[in-house]
Design a protein around this ligand. Structure first.
Ligand SMILES: NC(=O)c1ccc[n+]([C@@H]2O[C@H](COP(=O)([O-])OP(=O)(O)OC[C@H]3O[C@@H](n4cnc5c(N)ncnc54)[C@H](OP(=O)(O)O)[C@@H]3O)[C@@H](O)[C@H]2O)c1
Length: 255
């Protein structure tokens, strides 16, 4: 098998009910990857995604995929543990690919307006969850000497963005953890990277340019990014095991 063959692998994508997560699910399904997909509250979006993916399969009988859905609050270690038990039962093994994408970002621009509770909750959902999820997938990846881990960071990790320091801390923490894990896990042929997007439209965070008129007007490329463009980068990372320890900025020319 080629070192980057992903057909028949199992990917866990958290936050698949959201814009970027759903786009990742579409692309990996196109590559014949089985999917464990999570949502937190938006069952309607989750069902719509699964219906789309089933359509794709009906059009291509060769692509028979195993797809499971799981309701998970990634802020809860118990929920994540239950999800792994469901995955064990439905797929017979843990994921080969982890896309830790679920994220939360309440816009609180100034530290004096940001409560300690908001800070703690943001870190719990955006950072602690990726630690727990990685622990849940790493033993299978180590034993089979193949794994791909992608965290969804943000331009905020570098100090940019509009969400505030609590969000920046959570995403910056992800990039630090990614870099450490990439050095520790390389000997097991597990790549660990993150994607750091900015201003991606058609998402719950940024529905369209009208939601952030001043920022959208100042984009060097003159537009927002799309979930599909973000998924392109995720797919590239999943298919390119030689790349590890990288945070890829996807920001329409923003620095
Ligand atoms: N859009 C951007 O410009 C942008 C820029 C930088 C980084 N990001 C990152 O990209 C990732 C995906 O966001 P998106 O842009 O696609 O926005 P989105 O459409 O709002 O999607 C967010 C996803 O995260 C899930 N989620 C939120 N809180 C959760 C929790 N406590 N437990 C489990 N799942 C939870 C949501 O689930 P439900 O909808 O089912 O509740 C949804 O599936 C996030 O990590 C975000 O920080 C986005």
């Amino acid at each position: 098998m080629s070192p980057n063959e992903i057909q028949g692998r199992l990917a866990l994508i958290t936050g698949a009910s959201g814009g970027i997560g759903a786009a990742c699910a579409h692309q990996l399904a196109e590559h014949g990857v089985n999917l464990a997909l999570t949502y937190a509250t938006n069952l309607t979006a989750m069902n719509a995604l699964v219906a789309d993916l089933q359509d794709l399969q009906n059009k291509n009988a060769e692509k028979h995929l195993r797809i499971s859905i799981h309701k998970v609050d990634v802020g809860s270690a118990d929920d994540i543990e239950r999800m792994f038990q469901e995955i064990d039962k439905e797929h017979g093994h843990r994921p080969d690919i982890l896309i830790s994408n679920a994220g939360y970002g309440k816009r609180v621009t100034n530290i004096w307006d940001c409560t300690l509770e908001e800070f703690d909750y943001t870190l719990q959902v955006n950072l602690r969850a990726s630690f727990i999820l990685t622990k849940g997938v790493v033993e299978r990846m180590k034993s089979q000497k193949w794994g791909r881990i992608v965290f969804m960071s943000s331009i905020a990790a570098q100090g940019g963005g509009i969400n505030g320091c609590h969000y920046a801390a959570s995403k910056g923490g992800l990039t630090g953890m990614m870099k450490n894990l990439s050095t520790r896990l390389a000997e097991f042929n597990i790549s660990v990277n993150d994607v750091a997007p900015a201003m991606i439209g058609e998402t719950g965070m940024i529905p369209n340019a009208a939601a952030i008129p001043e920022v959208a007007a100042g984009m060097p490329l003159g537009r927002l990014g799309t979930p599909e463009e973000t998924a392109n980068v995720v797919t590239m990372l999943v298919k390119t095991g030689y790349m590890t320890g990288q945070s890829l900025l996807l920001a329409g020319g923003l620095k």
